[in-house]
Write a protein that binds this ligand. Sequence first.
Ligand code: CTP
Length: 400
Amino acid sequence: MRPFDGRRVLLVVSGGIAAYKSAILTRRLIEAGAGVEVILTAAAERFIGRVTFEGITGRPAHASLWDRPMAHLDLGLEADIVVVAPATANLISRLAAGAADDLAATAVLASRAPVILCPAMNTRMWEHPITQANVARLVDVGYGIAGPADGPLAEGESGPGRLLEPEEILPRIGRALETATGLRGRKIVVTAGPTRAALDPVRFISNRSSGRMGFALAEAAWRRGADVTLISGPGRVPRPPGPDVVEVETAGEMLAVLETALTDADILLMAAAVGDFEPTRTADSKIKKGDGFQLLLRAGPDLLLETRAFRERKGIFTLGFALETEDLLARGREKLERKGMHLVAVNSAVERDAGFESETNRITLINRSGRVEELPLAKKTELADELLDRIEASMAAAER
Ligand code: CTP
């Protein structure tokens, strides 16, 4: 069971322009399996109506201490997590002071669930020492702070103060809710995406990898409590918000960053489609079409092979992938042995709904004792959790 299934989220909305994003957050939470209760402050009701949230959650939204006696206690007590989004300077100051002057503040004060605040306000208000002191006070009592993001603000100004996007808030809620995990505190390195090898300053060879499988693994591992470093090659797909991301371009750069990241790692998830070939020479200036060009390629570094001895010495659990067009199982097994993996996820490069550029994948897992498990076609985001479940189980078995 993943963290949102059947979990109860109390969403407190205070009054800012960004309050509309909370409606989208509510929808995302419900899609992920959570039950959501919503409390609006009086100011929030001026920005967005109760009816919007009632339409999304299918239950009454709450705004007043006097609508339903004791609601302030029930709502906070029943919640598995309290999320305040947007959290205005005013609500933050009331929470920091322990105020109980409306339903929102009272419910947060009365709850014993973890609290995540997602601030949204004008930059000068955010940077004001009083707001910063209030935030520090709330951090001190264990409240999590998500954001604010830097960027254009409602008044035509720009700077820190924007509410995070719902897609950025969701994994943070997941991380706080995640209890069924053996990955908490583990250091996990994930590689993702393609690499590029330059022919000249404007041209390169690369491959069709989107990075989705690696990003899904990084996001799921982070949500499950791990410290995640994501080493990503260039690609269009947005990076997951939680992990530390290091952007690289060439296979050589990816290897250098990987070697450093592995020094204190427990697990490597090697999902990158590292380019196997690189040109024997890279021109310093743009090659003119009139000049003609003979392309000579040589093999580039194999990152799993290069790091094999170190990983084995340190006992770093390694998941690798094998992208094949034929003889899937035999080749997967061979790669697992040769490249020093504990688990190999074999996928076919010819199926339409799997592999590169697809949002779904069909994976066959092979472990060191030769056990084969076929996972059904699924979204890469779902497969990421399936893979992490298998990794947790085999690490737990190895530690017994
Ligand atoms: N890999 C790597 N370094 C490379 C190429 C691949 O570390 N230069 C890793 C991939 O990240 C993957 C595993 O090795 O986890 C297998 O990748 P795959 O492309 O299937 O294998 P190749 O080594 O490229 O072998 P082949 O070209 O023979 O299929």
